[in-house]
Design a protein around this ligand. Structure first.
Ligand SMILES: CC(C)(COP(=O)(O)OP(=O)(O)OC[C@H]1O[C@@H](n2cnc3c(N)ncnc32)[C@H](O)[C@@H]1OP(=O)(O)O)[C@@H](O)C(=O)NCCC(=O)NCCS
Length: 179
């Protein structure tokens, strides 16, 4: 039973002081993930179907952040089939109204606590300073290192208009405590 100052939380982490609850996604959250990705103006937007599948099949390595039952953030991750001790983070997004409150960092720590990988990987475009700072901060918080490596060159990432996509650099965070 939650105390008077403590929101009820039938699943997931207790809501923080800001009332935001972090928990694994459900398929009902899929459309809101798609909308948040679209609204970010930064992320490559996958189909709404892809977000549904993600919420169904990769819930154990992903989280949503809910404020008043509305999705205000998400992390999409998976364990690499070839290296199941490696958590690959595909997308992270936080609604503009919630940025700067450490929500992205809290979501990443939550996914790390749940899946306990040895390594965390992500890819970031060179201009995405916020994302580089986010992952560097999580590495620092976990007392481990972060290393940049070349991964996907720009020519491997054509877009619909035939324009130039930035390269996607690989960031390797770890070793982590693991299981
Ligand atoms: C990147 C993003 C997820 C950060 O969310 P957030 O909840 O505001 O981030 P946090 O408050 O948890 O900040 C974590 C760290 O990143 C830093 N950071 C966050 N946004 C930053 C920005 N715009 N510029 C510089 N540093 C930034 C914070 O200072 C903090 O650093 P610290 O740990 O050293 O204190 C959010 O801006 C967003 O959704 N952007 C659009 C989508 C995107 O770029 N996703 C990442 C690529 S997958």
């Amino acid at each position: 039973m939650a105390g008077p100052d403590e929101p009820e939380h039938p699943h997931g982490e207790p809501a923080g002081a800001d009332g935001v609850l972090i928990l694994p996604p459900d398929v009902v959250h899929g459309p809101q993930l798609w909308q948040l990705a679209r609204g970010s103006q930064v992320l490559d937007v996958n189909s709404s179907y892809a977000y549904l599948l993600w919420c169904r099949d990769f819930a154990a390595t992903s989280v949503v952040a809910l404020a008043d039952e509305k999705v205000v953030g998400f992390v999409m991750g998976y364990l690499r089939p070839e290296a199941p001790d490696t958590l690959m983070i595909w997308q992270v997004a936080v609604d503009g109204s919630q940025r700067g409150n450490r929500l992205a960092a809290r979501m990443l720590h939550d996914v790390l606590d749940r899946s306990a990988p040895r390594w965390m990987h992500t890819t970031v475009t060179p201009s995405n300073e916020a994302s580089i700072r986010l992952f560097s901060g999580v590495a620092r918080d976990r007392g481990t290192t972060i290393e940049r490596r070349d991964l996907f060159a720009a020519e491997l990432l054509p877009d619909e208009e035939g324009g130039a996509h930035e390269p996607e650099d690989l960031y390797v965070i770890g070793p982590l405590a693991g299981t």
